[in-house]
Design a protein around this ligand. Structure first.
Ligand SMILES: *Cc1c(COP(=O)(O)O)cnc(C)c1O
Length: 222
């Protein structure tokens, strides 16, 4: 099941996004067991992403064979568990988090790769910089000595309105392209989950984060 899902998804991603850029498939592993995660990696997943620091530390400790990403909300007092241990942190959503990450990276003598999270749908329940602040935030965060900003992460709002979703995804692509013009390190637009990844790669996402489409429905009670 997991194996079939991974093979089918990788097949569908073979042509890349609408610009022909390769699309990185990140398995969103919240609530999944180490065994399930290993099956996805053995089937060809190149990167896994966790939402909670404790899960990242526990489940990924012995884990080899794929990049390890962090995709959840991050408290500044927990950065020490991630910096230097995580290939890409998708969720830098405020300046004081960027500062804490950079400070820790400098202490360790490493450079931490990060994405800046944008609240593209202006949802109260979601974190991230508002879209009109994206490029100013990018300029501030990329000056942090311990960080390498590789692009942006966004979640489209839950909506059936394809025109709305398309225009939000296009806005994210424009932000990404402007940042890429300014800084050659920018190569990631992380946008797309199980319900909307096709729309997102159709509008220029090149990293997608899928849970349900790989592992099946989540059972939070279990
Ligand atoms: C859970 C999660 C996903 C994947 O969600 P699915 O709908 O199961 O694909 C992607 N991104 C983030 C930040 C998540 O928390």
């Amino acid at each position: 099941m997991i194996e079939e899902n991974v093979h089918s998804l990788l097949n569908q991603l073979r042509g890349g996004n609408r610009y022909g850029e390769p699309v990185t498939l990140v398995a969103a592993t919240k609530t999944r067991t180490p065994e399930e995660i290993q099956r996805a990696v053995d089937a060809g997943i190149g990167a896994v992403g966790e939402n909670k620091v404790q899960e990242f530390t526990g489940k990924y400790a012995l884990f080899r064979g794929a990049e390890r990403h962090f995709i959840g909300r991050l408290q500044t007092n927990k950065v020490k568990y991630l910096v230097g241990k995580c290939d890409l942190i998708h969720s830098v959503d405020r300046d004081n988090l960027a500062e804490a990450l950079s400070r820790r990276a400098e202490e360790l003598g490493v450079v931490q790769s990060v994405l800046i999270e944008i609240n593209i749908g202006r949802e109260e329940t979601k974190s991230g910089y508002p879209p009109e602040e994206a490029l100013a935030a990018f300029e501030r965060v990329r000056r942090a000595a311990g960080l390498k900003v590789r692009g942006f992460m966004a979640m489209l709002p839950p909506s059936e309105d394809e025109n709305l979703l398309s225009s939000l995804a296009d806005s994210m692509r424009r932000i990404y392209e402007e940042a890429k013009k300014r800084d050659g390190a920018v190569d990631c637009l992380s946008m797309g989950m199980s319900g909307d990844w096709k729309l997102c790669i159709g509008h220029g996402a090149n990293v997608i984060r899928l849970g349900t489409a790989i592992f099946g429905e989540r059972n939070y009670a279990g």
